[in-house]
Design a protein around this ligand. Structure first.
Ligand code: ATP
Ligand code: MG
Length: 316
């Protein structure tokens, strides 16, 4: 059964410069227990997509059309109050930047205890016990719980963010670049922790990142995003072994290889288009070595190749 089903979602920012079409007709689903990776270059709309699921798209952003079903519930039809009840308890998010999300004048215990008490009717003693338990799970020692955010390293802050997300036993976690600010070793440890907790708690996970290596290691299925569109979705090994979209093919070639010289040759030429005035046809047109006349004028439909390999390209 599908835990999350996003249908033809459009989310636009009505900025002073014009309308930024950050998410422009995205369809995506997530099965129970699955890890879905969402990968794409900076600015392609990944965070906007993640925030939409929690109905947290900031002003001047707006969900203009589409549907998001969570466990069969139409999230966009719920009242603000009803959505607030889902946040943290059903769906939680690990945000891109812990320094923005953690309040510098609250210690860690206050952060977690307050989060529990606003959602659950238990007394403070129980909330503190739960806080200590969950901090233990993410490897923050008990004697640090009265410390403030600035007293923790980047890796520890990210683990505190994971603890905050887990606190109310959600079923779905959306992790937005949970490790991109960390060095490689701490990144690997944090991802391992997230993977273990996912198993232990029976979670489903959407992992958002620009790092194809990370997404490939961690995901069951991968969705590739480009300039507000999902251009390919497939099982992890299928996508890696048989990428269909020219952009995915280029992305996989650009994954760091043995020597830096080789790597240099493999980056994708050009820049993604502006989302203020996206091209009429295929958004990858200007950078694509297979581009034809039709690609310039007509937006490709989404085709299903084989059982569940989805691609948005005129070649298919
Ligand atoms: N508040 C805003 N006002 C106007 N435009 C915005 C706003 N927030 C995001 N955008 C634009 O929407 C597009 C998608 O942004 P988003 O943050 O979702 O991308 P992203 O894929 O998460 O990027 P990154 O990898 O850098 O985090 C970008 O073009 C961005 O400039
Ligand atoms: Mg982002």
């Amino acid at each position: 059964m599908k835990l999350l089903d996003i249908k033809n979602l459009r989310v636009y920012y009505f900025s002073e410069e014009g309308v930024v079409k950050a998410v422009d007709g995205v369809s995506l689903s997530l099965n129970k227990g699955e890890t879905l990776g969402v990968v794409g270059e900076s600015g392609c709309g990944k965070s906007t997509l993640g925030l939409s699921v929690l109905r947290l798209v900031p002003y001047p952003g707006k969900m203009v059309s589409g549907k998001i079903f969570y466990n069969g519930i139409d999230l966009l039809s719920l009242s603000d109050e009803e959505v607030r009840k889902l946040r943290g308890k059903e769906i939680a998010m690990i945000f891109q930047n812990p320094d923005v999300s953690l309040n510098p004048i609250m210690n860690i215990k206050e952060h977690l205890v307050e989060a529990i008490l606003t959602h659950e009717e238990i007394d403070e003693r129980e909330a503190v016990e739960k806080t200590e338990e969950i901090l233990g799970k993410v490897g923050i020692p008990k004697n640090r719980i009265n410390d403030y955010p600035h007293q923790f390293s980047g890796g520890m802050k990210q683990r505190i963010m994971i603890a905050l997300a887990l606190l109310l036993n959600p079923k779905l976690i959306i992790a937005d670049e949970p490790t991109s600010s960390l060095d490689v070793l701490i990144q690997a440890k944090t991802l391992e922790l997230l993977r273990n907790l996912k198993e232990e708690y029976g979670l489903s996970l959407i992992l958002i990142t620009h790092d194809f290596g990370v997404v490939f290691e961690e995901s069951d299925r991968i969705a590739v995003m480009y300039a507000g569109h999902i251009i390919e979705i497939a099982k992890n090994t299928e996508l890696y072994d048989k990428p269909l979209h020219p952009y995915t093919q280029a992305l996989i070639k650009a994954v760091p290889t043995v020597t830096p010289e080789e790597q240099k040759l493999n980056y994708i030429l050009g820049m993604p288009p502006s989302l203020l005035t996206p091209p009429k046809g295929c958004r990858f047109y200007a950078r694509c070595k297979y581009a034809r006349e039709i690609c310039k004028f007509k937006e490709p439909k989404t085709a299903t190749v084989g059982r569940e390999h989805i691609v948005k390209c005129h070649l298919y």
